[in-house]
Design a protein around this ligand. Sequence first.
Ligand SMILES: *Cc1c(COP(=O)(O)O)cnc(C)c1O
Length: 449
Amino acid sequence: MEVTAPLPAHAGPQLRSLLADPLLHELGHGLGGPYHVLLPELFDSNAAAFRRAFTDAGVDGRVYYAKKANKAAVYVERAAVAGLGVDVASHGELREALASGVRGEDLVVTGPAKADELLRVAVLQGALVAVDALDELDRLLALATEVERRARVLLRRLPPEQPGSRFGLDADEMAAALHRCASDASVDVEGFSFHLSGYDIRQRADLAGELVRLCLRARESGLRADRISVGGGFAVDYVGEDDWRQFNKSLRPEHFHADKTFSGFYPYHSPVAGADGLRALLASTPVGEDTTLAGLVRAAGITLLVEPGRALLDRAGFTVFRVRGVKERDGYAILTVDGSSLSLSEQWFESEFLPDPVLVPAERQDIADAGPYPASVGAATCLESDMLTWRKIPFPVRPAVGDLLVYANTAGYQMDSNESPFHDLPLPPKVVVDRPADRFRWRLDRRHF
Ligand SMILES: *Cc1c(COP(=O)(O)O)cnc(C)c1O
């Protein structure tokens, strides 16, 4: 039977050594089910790479970790220690960030139609608020007057190239917002923001150019306007270019359990990813300008904010399931694991988390047989559609009960954004693993659910 091309996930040295370490099987035994591993050292190095991109370009920049990408405490704790800002979009996220030691003034509060209590605490904490709508601005100004504090504000721009977006202010609304703020002493317009879906660097450069011009114009009405936020959306490179090309070229329905088809997949390969995306953005010349974005913000005395979520979590976590059953089908197997696809959120967007899970065999003798052994991966639930992987993964050895399946690079949105205790299955605990010397050590995350 013809099988799908393999799509191995990039694995750094830390994951590679862990795959060869007895710790993963021990944790499976000790925790008695699927679990997530969090690697905070990778978060630290991703953050450092973003900061270096600013320094190398001579740009005054600030990195805000977009907290919604993962519910764990450890990443926010690392953000606090490293002096990063945090992007929060709910009262719960704000509370978590403050409790982890992030200063109020290092928060940016985003999200639509923020509740009064959230706006009020944001003002009292001196947090930056990205205002998404005119009615929200009115509520914020009233609250700021009431608590006798100045609201620190970014006005969020609706992206002209994504006119269907439900976020941000269009050109007329922006003019109205500026007019209101210019005559109100309770607000400090520190600048403008946007967040684009997709990963297009040119779109981001062009819109950042517009925000720089907005700052210059706003200053003429006496507003401060000395910072812009270009949001998140720095790509992550999950799989290699050749593997990705080969996979797409050879794709057929029969490569998936039940001949399942999908309308599209997330771009798992990205030639320019993470902090390199920021470097490329700073080096781009926005439309209508004749200098790079770095040059423009430098000349205008503007601080550039970024809010990466997924990219700060690149390779900073993975998810481990145990194989509970192996059912033979015509030319492939269906593995059943001890968790559910709620722990791989891409499955809930009519799509599939494609990077191949790594099979870590339990100790046994018969693993030298010649593969590939194609297998799909089903959940320990009673739903036909609860599949962790519809694709018939070409495993190099025959999977068996007790083996581990390790889905790499799941910290950014995959592992926990859709989890629920469906079927009364416990939520997979989160295990923080680091390696201070020559041995791995572990502990549970402060928020291990
Ligand atoms: C989701 C979000 C981010 C983070 O996006 P990533 O793609 O994870 O980098 C940043 N800013 C805002 C306003 C967001 O809504």
